[in-house]
Design a protein around this ligand. Structure first.
Ligand code: ATP
Ligand code: MG
Length: 490
């Protein structure tokens, strides 16, 4: 359809506002015109390496400026970017390279040792080689078809094997539009990007920058003092964070407050502990809790500011172009009844790469079955409870591990908590907690259990607390792997 065709995004932006700042790093700044030229150069290098429209090119690079040049260079040619998580093990990287059918891998030299088992069929190029590579003459595309695949990003693999989510040009476009219709656009907006660019969270900032004509303040590694310094001194207006980052930012901030120009901390990626939200409320930090996943090109629901206080803990409503409902046994649930969160809209992926079975299971009549459990309150606000696979059913009652974990985490001595179900003759399953204390902190099992008894119904109180010294099992996205905890009980 002609209506699905747009002009080349970055060329359009460089034409509309060539001198506006596109990228800020600790080293320097780049305008959109400079970003465009560097992207043409990247496209020319890729072309000299034989990369063509439709090819899959894997990228194993952290939050560095070259990531942007490369990504836009791939867009210019029409090659699909396969974004690899830099924390993956060499075994996981090999699997994703093979599964994605990538023909070229561009990697940051610091990850060289992760490539020892990489499939031979994938040509490898280090960033140092890429920077010095010869330029060919790429056929730059002046139009983008919104139906084409832009990126393949593998899910975190928290519940099972990672799945390659195909995100189209249209998915990214609609994500940026949805977000702006919620947060609004100001001429002086500047989004700090410290979440990885290889995740939808970081990638979506890169996309918004081009659509909105907005600078990205790119941070390579999360350091709360540096991030706070940027917010306080460099007119950063937005930041995307996961809850652990927000905890550390708040701790570093101490008695200070953010400048009035700071207008959004977009919080996503997992549950947000209520105490954290309460502290942010007290400190006047504008937190927008959101819900989304790789399959929805980042957030699909966000809590608007006007409800930040009255609906604390909610992930809000689905963004303007999206729909969301709660289903159980094929039936839509009424208010306050829990069920699977099901979503639909132009940000939803068309499916998983080479995984028809998973696609058919997850997407039915354009509705995506997220595998997450939640409910809508009487005003239609979403509360995410937990993942369906992690639900504990005890004596016929549903127990959501995240609720118990949040209570345990509210204890100041606890750094990490994970709750899973243990088989039980009488109740079917009973909750059991794994915890790690902060270094140098002490707490007894009894103290944790008495906190749980105070705050939770009796059937939700863990039957035991197991102390883990080395921390809980997490995947490359730092997400708690409850399936690994369950294995410890076998
Ligand atoms: P996999 O699908 O391979 O198991 P994953 O689901 O962890 O991995 P992502 O797409 O990175 O991979 O994460 C999305 C998931 O994060 C959501 O499906 C949901 O379970 C969780 N999540 C996101 N936002 C929230 C939120 N506001 N509250 C609770 N959980 C959330
Ligand atoms: Mg998932």
């Amino acid at each position: 359809m002609a209506s699905d065709i747009m002009p080349n995004w970055l060329i359009k932006r460089a034409d509309l506002s060539p001198e506006r700042v596109a990228l800020i790093t600790e080293e320097a700044t780049w305008t959109f015109n400079e970003l465009h030229k560097l992207s043409v150069s990247a496209a020319n290098k890729l072309s000299a390496l034989g990369v063509k429209h439709g090819d899959h090119v894997a990228v194993l690079i952290g939050n560095r400026k070259e990531f942007l040049f490369l990504l836009h260079g791939l867009e210019y040619i029409g090659a699909v970017a396969v974004l690899l998580n830099t924390k993956l093990t060499s075994h996981e990287i090999s699997w994703q390279l093979e599964n994605s059918e990538s023909r070229l891998l561009v990697f940051d030299d610091v990850f060289l040792e992760k490539l020892e088992n990489a499939p031979k069929a994938v040509k490898q190029l280090s960033l140092a080689e890429f920077i010095n590579a010869e330029e060919g003459k790429a056929t730059i595309r002046f139009e983008y078809d919104l139906n084409e695949v832009h990126t393949i990003i593998y899910t975190s693999g928290t519940t099972g094997n990672p799945k390659g989510v195909m995100l189209s040009y249209g998915n990214h476009w609609w994500n940026a539009v949805s977000s702006s219709l919620n947060l609004g656009l100001h001429m002086d907006d500047c989004w700090l990007c410290v979440t990885p660019l290889f995740h939808v969270s970081g990638l979506s900032i890169l996309m918004k920058s081009v659509f909105y004509g907005m600078p990205i303040y790119l941070v390579e590694k999360f350091d709360p003092a540096k991030v706070n310094m940027a917010i306080e001194n460099y007119h950063v207006t937005h930041i995307s964070v996961v809850s652990q980052m927000l905890v550390r930012l708040v701790a570093d901030l101490g008695e200070r407050v953010y400048p009035k120009s700071f207008r959004c901390a977009l919080l996503g990626g997992g549950p947000a502990p209520k105490p954290l939200l309460e502290i942010c409320k007290e400190k006047g930090i504008p937190v927008y809790q959101s819900y989304g996943m790789t399959e929805t090109s980042s957030q699909i629901a966000t809590l608007s500011t006007e409800y930040m206080l009255s609906k604390l803990g909610s992930a809000g409503k689905s963004l303007f172009p999206a729909q969301l409902r709660i289903e159980k046994d094929g039936k839509e649930q009424s208010a306050n009844e829990a069920g699977e969160i099901v979503v639909k809209g132009p940000v939803v992926t068309k499916g998983y790469w080479k995984n028809e079975e998973a696609t058919e299971k997850s997407i039915v009549n354009a509705w995506l079955y997220t595998g997450d459990i939640g409910y809508l309150d009487e005003d239609g606000f979403l509360y995410v409870l937990d993942r369906r696979n992690d639900l504990i059913i005890s004596g016929g009652e549903n127990i959501y591990p995240a609720e118990i974990e949040a209570v345990i985490l509210s204890h100041s001595a606890i750094e990490e908590a994970g709750v899973v179900g243990q088989s039980d003759e009488k109740w079917g399953q009973v909750p059991i907690a794994f915890v790690k204390t902060w270094d140098g902190e002490m707490v007894t099992k009894e103290e944790i259990l008495s906190l749980c008894k105070e705050r939770l119904a009796k059937y939700k109180v863990p039957v035991d607390v197991i102390f883990v010294e080395d921390g809980l099992p997490r995947n490359a996205s730092n997400k708690l792997m409850r399936k690994e905890l369950r294995k410890l009980l076998d």
